[in-house]
Design a protein around this ligand. Structure first.
Ligand code: ZN
Length: 248
């Protein structure tokens, strides 16, 4: 149900900046750089970015996606993250009824977006984010009328356990890693978000989305069918979790 409060307006207004921070986090955290105090600069020419280059969405369009100093293209993940954070916040507003539920839903969705961007950029799912997702999802289940805390807890255990079994089974059969440990940890948070009953749907949808992605990336097709191509499966799991959770 759609409702309106100052919190709704505030969350919608800050969401592009949240998306901007998520892209910054993904870019710096896995390089081991300071996230808060380091001044923003172009990755190519190291020119410091003025305040006018840091306005979410507007700066990217205004600069036509390029650094003003050297003309290097700004990574597309930045505007994508800003637009996605805004879209996810609107989705949260449309699917919640109270301020507390809305705020926690936004944080869960933003956390899933951060995990998506990290996996897309680095093929990594940072422990700090998978742990945060689990805590946020369980907190949401405590106040949500849609999912009981016990279903969320069983979802967390079932999600990670099933993926750990798939990972171990694949390793025994193929003698190489087919599924990252990050995906196992991610599934604890996703299981707690969607509940144990929806884990199979999320997995199936993620696998289908991954397969379509591989087919669209024509050149990887042969390697993919041979099981040799690297796929950021966490991205597809995050995407599928949002779809299954928000459009039950
Ligand atoms: Zn530059």
């Amino acid at each position: 149900m759609i409702y309106f409060s100052p919190i709704v307006l505030f969350l919608i207004l800050i969401s592009p900046a949240i998306g901007s921070f998520i892209a910054l986090f993904a870019d710096r955290y896995l390089r081991g750089e300071d996230i808060i105090t380091k001044r923003s600069a172009c990755r190519s020419c190291a020119a410091p970015l003025p305040m006018t280059a840091l306005i979410p969405l507007i700066s990217y369009l205004w600069q036509r996606g390029q650094c003003r100093n050297c003309g290097t293209a700004i990574p597309i993940l930045l505007p994508l993250s800003e637009v996605s954070a805004l879209g996810l916040t609107i989705l949260a507003v449309m699917s919640t009824d109270t301020n507390a539920e809305l705020i926690l839903t936004c944080f869960v969705l933003w956390c899933l977006l951060a995990l998506f961007i990290c996996d897309a950029q680095w093929f990594r799912l940072p422990d700090v984010l998978t742990f945060l997702l689990l805590i946020l999802a369980l907190s949401l289940a405590l106040i949500s009328p849609n999912l009981h805390i016990f279903d969320a807890l069983i979802g967390a255990i079932a999600g990670s356990l099933s993926f750990w079994l798939i990972r171990t089974g694949y390793y025994i059969l193929r003698k190489r890693e087919g599924l990252g440990l990050g995906d196992v940890k991610l599934m604890a948070g996703i299981g707690a978000t969607v509940g144990w009953e929806n884990i199979a749907f999320v997995t199936l949808l993620a696998a289908l989305a991954g397969l379509i992605w591989m087919i669209l990336q024509n050149k990887q097709q042969t390697a993919a069918l041979q099981g040799k191509a690297a796929l950021p499966f966490g991205c597809f799991l995050c995407f599928a979790a949002v779809i299954v959770w928000m459009f039950p």
